[in-house]
Design a protein around this ligand. Structure first.
Ligand SMILES: O=C(O)[C@H](O)[C@@H](O)[C@H](O)[C@H](O)COP(=O)(O)O
Length: 264
């Protein structure tokens, strides 16, 4: 898969709470507009503190129910390959942060397969099954093996990883498959399932959430032209928009003239 990608846009917020609230409000608007235009919307969720922070802010947002939750397809960008219901699974945390509080259609909540279930301990087989599920959901107008996600959310690791694509490891080098099993991940747990960069780049919009001083080097590296193998976040770009909602500490190493703070 290939296609146009968009130049990253950075928005700097005073702190991580305001970043999460602003990103949640932005997501509500994006989903409402997509549902008005196309009758449905699709969003890819991510794990981690910033991803779950956005979901929690969304759950508390006054305009939350402007979204028609019954017409929203939810996918995951990655998952820790653990048994269903494990508290460390991204899906478990997303349900606790938001999904249990809104009337989503269970048939439209597409969790990545769990370990010790249909695929046993075989993360590669589980990844291939998720790729098939994505392909089955892709429509002709999506022109590819995954749906044209409206918004694909990502957290950013201090090492610039996104989803479960880590610098120099095989997953970030994948150019054909849309979903891969990940083994020996530096961030525990070691076995994961992840969308690949080609699948991420099929999204209309990719939002990379990063808050905290420990993300400042990763943001500066990814936004200053580093290669995607060394800095996977640099390869996470949307077809129409690539957005980096940051808080001030995470933006500390970016040239202030290019990225003035959005909020005082
Ligand atoms: O499974 C995971 O751990 C996430 O999908 C991972 O990609 C996360 O988004 C980043 O590691 C950032 O995590 P924080 O937001 O907690 O720093």
């Amino acid at each position: 898969m290939s296609g146009a990608v968009s130049t990253p846009q950075v928005v700097v917020h005073r702190d991580k709470e305001l970043m999460a609230e602003a990103a949640a409000a932005r997501l509500i608007t994006k989903v409402v507009d997509a549902q008005a235009a196309r009758g449905a919307a699709s969003v890819v969720l991510t794990g981690g503190r910033n991803g779950n922070g956005l979901l929690a802010a969304l759950a508390a947002a006054p305009a939350r129910d402007a979204v028609d939750w019954t017409r929203l397809d939810l996918w995951w960008g990655d998952e820790r390959f653990l048994p269903a219901g494990d508290p460390e699974r991204n899906a478990t945390q997303a349900r606790a942060a938001l999904l249990d509080a809104v009337p989503v259609d269970p048939a439209r909540v597409h969790e990545m397969p769990a370990a010790q279930a249909e695929f046993g301990a075989d993360a590669d087989a589980a990844a291939a099954a998720y790729a098939r599920e994505l392909a089955a959901a892709a429509r002709p107008e999506d022109h590819g093996p995954v749906p044209a996600f409206d918004v694909l959310l990502l957290g950013v690791g201090p090492d610039t990883h996104v989803a479960s694509l880590f610098p120099e490891l095989p997953g970030v080098r994948e150019t054909e498959r849309t979903v891969v099993g990940v083994h020996g991940a530096p961030k525990p747990p070691p076995t994961r399932i992840s969308l690949t960069l080609p699948a991420i780049r099929a999204a209309r919009e990719v939002w990379l959430l990063a808050a905290g001083e420990d993300k400042s080097r990763a943001a500066a590296m990814a936004l200053s032209g580093a290669g995607e193998i060394q800095a996977p976040a640099a390869g996470a770009q949307g077809r129409q928009r690539t957005l980096w909602p940051l808080d001030r500490p995470a933006a500390a190493l970016l040239p202030p003239t290019l990225y003035p703070p959005a909020s005082p």
